[in-house]
Design a protein around this ligand. Structure first.
Ligand SMILES: Nc1nc2c(c(=O)[nH]1)N[C@H]1C(S)=C(S)[C@@H](COP(=O)(O)OP(=O)(O)OC[C@H]3O[C@@H](n4cnc5c(N)ncnc54)[C@H](O)[C@@H]3O)O[C@H]1N2
Ligand code: MOO
Length: 389
C-alpha cells in the first residue's frame, strides 16, 4: 500500500492542463482564466468627484469663502468650461472634474443663495478620485485564476467582453453494482439507492467541470465494459464501487482487460483503502471505493486536485488548517485517518461513529480531521490538521 502523498503524486502525473476556449464574460463565473486579460482603458477614465457638492479651486477653499455657481457637471455629463478664481460648478458623484477645479466642497458644507454659495466647513480631503485610481490601461488580471463574481465586475469595468478560459473537464461517472437503482425508482428488497454519483456530480460541477452520469453498470464484465465504452470522449473516468477484493468487485479486472495502465491500487488511508488510479486508453481513470463516505472523501482528496490541475490551476494540495480539538483521540493505526468532524466556534469535534457508510454524518460534517499514519494519541486542546469541507 502506498501513502496518500505518493498516491497524489501519481494522480498529478496522470493528468495535464486542458486546452483553452473563448467565451462571453457573462459565462465566466467559476471558469479559470487561461490568458491574462488586459485593460484597454483607465478607470476612472478622468479625475472624478467622489461626492455631491461644488467643484472649486482648492486654493480658494476656506470657511467663509464665496463662489458664483457657473454651471453643472453630472455623471455622464462633463462641464466644458474652466473654473476660475471665485467660481464653482455644481457637481455630482461620478462626474468628471471640470478644468481648473481641484476640490469638491460637499453640499453639506455650503449655504446657497441663488447662484452664490458660501462655504461653512472644510473637509480633510479634496473629494476627487484620480484618473486610473482603480486600474490603468495595460493593467492585467493574471491567468490562471478561477473567476469570482468580483473578478467579473473588474473585467467588465476593464471593457473586456470575451475571456479565454480553460475548457471544462468532462468527467464520466460510472456507478457499479447490482444492488443500485436511481433515486425515484422502486428498489427490490436487496437493493439500495445509488447516491454516490449525485454527490460526485455536484463536486465536479462545483469544481468547474462537467459531470456525465452514465448508466449504472451491473456486476458483469459485459455491463461494466459497456459503461466504460460509453465514457469515450471524457477527460476523466471515475468508477464507483467494485474496487475491493470480493468476487463481484470486477472494476480492476475489466479495466485491465480494456487496457488500463494502472498507477496504483490501495492507499494507506481510512476511509478509501481500495482506491485505484491509472490511464485507460490515454484517459485518467480513478476507481473509487463504493462505500458512500469513502467515495466522497477520496474524490475530495484526489479527484478535486486532479480537476484543478486539468483546469490549469497547478498541482495544488487540498488546503489544511490547524484547529483546536475538543476531546482526546487515541493513537492512530497504520493508515492515515480522515475523520468526519464538526468545527463549531473555532474548535473541532470528531463524530463518535466513523463508519464509512454513514452519509448523514458526512452531511452534518463540515471538516475532516487528518490523523497521520501511526500518529500518537492527541488530547483535548491540541491543534490538529483539518480539511474544511
Ligand atoms: N475482505 C475485505 N473486504 C473489504 C475490504 C477489504 O480490504 N477486505 N475493504 C473494505 C473497504 S475499506 C471498502 S471501502 C469497501 C469498498 O468496496 P468496493 O469499492 O468494492 O465497493 P462495493 O463493494 O461495490 O460497495 C461497498 C458498499 O457501498 C455501497 N455502494 C456502492 N456503490 C454505491 C453507490 N453508487 N451509491 C451508494 N452506495 C453504493 C454498496 O452497496 C456497498 O454497501 O470494501 C470493504 N470490503
Ligand atoms: O477504506 Mo473503506 O473506504 O474503510 O470504508
Amino acid at each position: 500500500m502506498i501513502s496518500v502523498s505518493q498516491a497524489l503524486d501519481h494522480v498529478f502525473s496522470l493528468c495535464d492542463p486542458l486546452g483553452a476556449e473563448t467565451i462571453p464574460l457573462r459565462a465566466g463565473l467559476g471558469r479559470v482564466l487561461a490568458k491574462d486579460a488586459t485593460a484597454t482603458r483607465n478607470q476612472p477614465p478622468f479625475s472624478a468627484s467622489i461626492m455631491d457638492g461644488y467643484a472649486v479651486r482648492d486654493a480658494d477653499s476656506q470657511i467663509g469663502a464665496q463662489f458664483t455657481v457657473i454651471g453643472e457637471a453630472a455623471a455622464g455629463h462633463r462641464f466644458d468650461g474652466t473654473v476660475q478664481a471665485g467660481q464653482a460648478v455644481r457637481i455630482f458623484t461620478g462626474a468628471p472634474m471640470p478644468h481648473g477645479a481641484s476640490r469638491v466642497v460637499i453640499q453639506e458644507n455650503v449655504t446657497r443663495d441663488g447662484d452664490t454659495i458660501t462655504q461653512t466647513d472644510i473637509s480633510r480631503t479634496t473629494n476627487i478620485r484620480d484618473i486610473g485610481a482603480d486600474f490603468k490601461a495595460g493593467d492585467t488580471v493574471q491567468a490562471p485564476r478561477q473567476l469570482t463574481p468580483r473578478d467579473l465586475a473588474l473585467l467588465a469595468a476593464m471593457n473586456i467582453d470575451k475571456i479565454t478560459v480553460t475548457r471544462k473537464p468532462v468527467v464520466a461517472l460510472i456507478a457499479t453494482g447490482d444492488e443500485l437503482v436511481m433515486p425515484g425508482e422502486t428498489p427490490n428488497d436487496a437493493q439500495i439507492i445509488a447516491s454516490n454519483s449525485f454527490g460526485l456530480a455536484a463536486m465536479v460541477e462545483a469544481a468547474g467541470g462537467i459531470p456525465r452520469m452514465l448508466p449504472i453498470a451491473r456486476d458483469t464484465e459485459s455491463s461494466l465494459c459497456q459503461a466504460l465504452s460509453l465514457a469515450a470522449g471524457a477527460d476523466m473516468i471515475v468508477t464507483i464501487g467494485g474496487a475491493s477484493v470480493g468476487d463481484h468487485d470486477i472494476v480492476g479486472k475489466v479495466a485491465a482487460d480494456m487496457g488500463l495502465d494502472r498507477a496504483f491500487y490501495k492507499v494507506a488511508m481510512r476511509p478509501g483503502k481500495p482506491l485505484m488510479a491509472g490511464k485507460l486508453n490515454g484517459v485518467m481513470m480513478l476507481g473509487l471505493p463504493g462505500n458512500p463516505v469513502s467515495s466522497l472523501v477520496t474524490a475530495h482528496l484526489f479527484m478535486l486536485p486532479a480537476l484543478c490541475k486539468m483546469l490549469g490551476l497547478g498541482a495544488a494540495l487540498t488546503a489544511h488548517t490547524l484547529v483546536e480539538l475538543t476531546q482526546d483521540l487515541p493513537a492512530n493505526g497504520p493508515r492515515a485517518h480522515y475523520m468526519r468532524a464538526q468545527i463549531d466556534a473555532g474548535k473541532v469535534t470528531p463524530f463518535a461513529s466513523q463508519d464509512s457508510a454513514l452519509l448523514r454524518i458526512l452531511s452534518d460534517a463540515n471538516a475532516l480531521i487528518i490523523r497521520a499514519p501511526n500518529a500518537p494519541a492527541s488530547e483535548a486542546g491540541d491543534l490538529v490538521d483539518v480539511i474544511r469541507l
